[in-house]
Design a binder for this molecule. Structure first.
Ligand SMILES: [Zn+2]
Ligand SMILES: [Zn+2]
Length: 344
C-alpha cells in the first residue's frame, strides 16, 4: 500500500505527506476547499489549480501553496501525485498516487453527472479506491438536475406572485454557486448572504459564470424585497438577520431533504434535494467504473457500504480513522448548521 490510515488521516510515508489531514501537518495534499478537508495551519499545501482562489480565501497567507492542473503530475520521493476532477465543487479533485505501477485513488468528496460550476468526475482505474459514503444508503437517489432546478424556479415564481421574498439555504462554497447557476434571472433580483457572496466572488475570480447578485449587506435602509431570491447559508435561518425581508418563503437545498423529517426539523417551507455527493446508485456505478481490488470506505455510512460491497465480492473495509469531526461544513447535517457562517 502507498497509503496508510493514521489518526491524522491518510498518510503516504514514502512521500511524507498527508491527504486531507485533520490536524496541521508539514505537507498536506488537499482534495478541495471545504473546511473539513482543507485544514488551516499546515506549512505546505498541494492542490488542484482550479481550487486556488477558494483555498487562498480560506487559508493563512504565510502557508506555502503549490497547484497542479488536472492531469499534471509531480513526483515526491518516487510517488507520482496527480489531481483529477471529482465533480463536487470548483477545483475538487480525486488524488491519484502511483508508485512502481501501483495506483491508489482518494476520491475526496465527489458526485457524478454534470454541474455547470465545476468539471465533471472522471473514473480512474486503480488498485485501491478510498471513497466517501456520506449518502451511502439505498434511500438516497438524486433526481436529474433539470428537475430540481425547474422546481426551485417554480417555487420562486409562485412566491413572487404571492408578494413574498424567497430565502434559499445552501452551503456557502459549492452548493450556493450551483444553486445560483440554475436560477432563472427573469423572475426577479438575486441577493446573497455575505458568506455566499464571498464564495461566489471566488468562483467569478476563477472564471466561472455566475448570475448578477447583490450582497444583502450592501443595501441600506428601506428596501422592497418581495419577488427577490436571497441565497443564504443554513445557519442564517431563524436569526434576526431574516427579519428585514418581510414576508418570506424559505427552502433548504440539501441531500438530507430526501429523508422524511429533515425538512420539518429545519422548519423551512420547502425542501429541495440537491447534493454534491454521490447517491447510492452513482456510488456503486463509480466503484464499478474504477474497478479497484480494494475499497476503503469513509465519511458517512461506511459500515453499510463496506458490508454491501463485500457481499458483492469486493474487498472493502471501513476506514475508521477518518471519521468526521462535528464541525465540517459539507456533511450537510440538518440538525447542526455551521455557526461560523452566520453573518454579523
Ligand atoms: Zn466537500
Ligand atoms: Zn467533505
Amino acid at each position: 500500500m502507498i497509503l496508510q490510515s493514521t489518526p491524522t488521516g491518510l498518510y503516504c510515508a514514502r512521500g511524507g505527506f498527508y491527504i486531507d489531514p485533520n490536524r496541521p501537518v508539514d505537507r498536506a495534499v488537499v482534495s478541495h476547499a471545504h473546511t473539513d478537508h482543507a485544514r488551516w495551519g499546515c506549512r505546505r499545501y498541494l492542490s488542484a489549480k482550479p481550487s486556488e482562489h477558494l483555498l487562498r480565501m480560506r487559508m493563512n497567507d504565510d502557508a506555502e501553496f503549490e497547484f497542479l492542473n488536472y492531469g499534471e503530475s509531480i513526483s515526491i520521493a518516487g510517488v507520482n501525485i496527480s489531481f483529477h476532477p471529482a465533480g463536487h465543487i470548483l477545483g475538487s479533485a480525486q488524488v491519484r498516487l502511483e508508485y512502481r505501477g501501483r495506483v491508489e485513488v482518494v476520491t475526496g468528496d465527489y458526485k457524478l453527472g454534470d454541474d455547470p460550476t465545476c468539471e465533471s468526475w472522471q473514473p480512474i482505474r486503480c488498485h485501491l479506491m478510498v471513497t466517501e459514503s456520506t449518502f451511502g444508503l439505498p434511500v438516497y437517489r438524486w433526481q436529474p438536475d433539470e428537475v430540481t432546478t425547474a422546481a426551485i424556479n417554480q417555487w420562486w415564481r409562485e412566491s413572487r406572485d404571492a408578494g413574498k421574498c424567497c430565502v434559499l439555504y445552501g452551503y456557502a462554497v459549492g452548493k450556493s454557486q450551483r444553486l445560483l447557476a440554475g436560477l432563472d434571472t427573469s423572475i426577479g433580483p438575486i441577493y446573497t448572504h455575505g458568506a455566499v457572496e464571498k464564495g461566489t466572488q471566488a468562483y467569478r475570480d476563477s472564471g466561472v459564470a455566475m448570475p448578477e447578485t447583490t450582497h444583502v449587506g450592501s443595501i441600506d435602509g428601506k428596501h422592497d424585497w418581495s419577488g427577490g431570491m436571497v441565497v443564504a447559508v443554513p445557519s442564517a435561518h431563524g436569526t434576526p438577520w431574516m427579519r428585514k425581508f418581510g414576508r418570506v418563503s424559505t427552502a433548504m437545498a440539501s441531500g438530507w431533504m430526501a429523508v422524511r423529517g429533515a425538512r420539518r426539523r429545519r422548519s423551512v417551507d420547502r425542501g429541495f434535494i440537491v447534493s454534491d455527493h454521490v447517491d447510492w446508485p452513482s456510488l456503486m456505478q463509480a466503484i464499478e467504473a474504477c474497478d479497484p481490488e480494494n475499497v476503503w470506505v469513509t465519511h458517512g455510512y461506511s459500515a453499510v457500504v463496506a458490508r454491501y460491497l463485500n457481499e458483492q465480492g469486493r474487498q472493502a473495509e471501513v476506514l475508521e480513522s477518518s471519521t468526521r469531526s462535528d464541525n465540517e461544513e459539507d456533511a450537510e447535517t440538518p440538525e447542526r448548521p455551521a455557526e461560523s457562517e452566520t453573518e454579523a
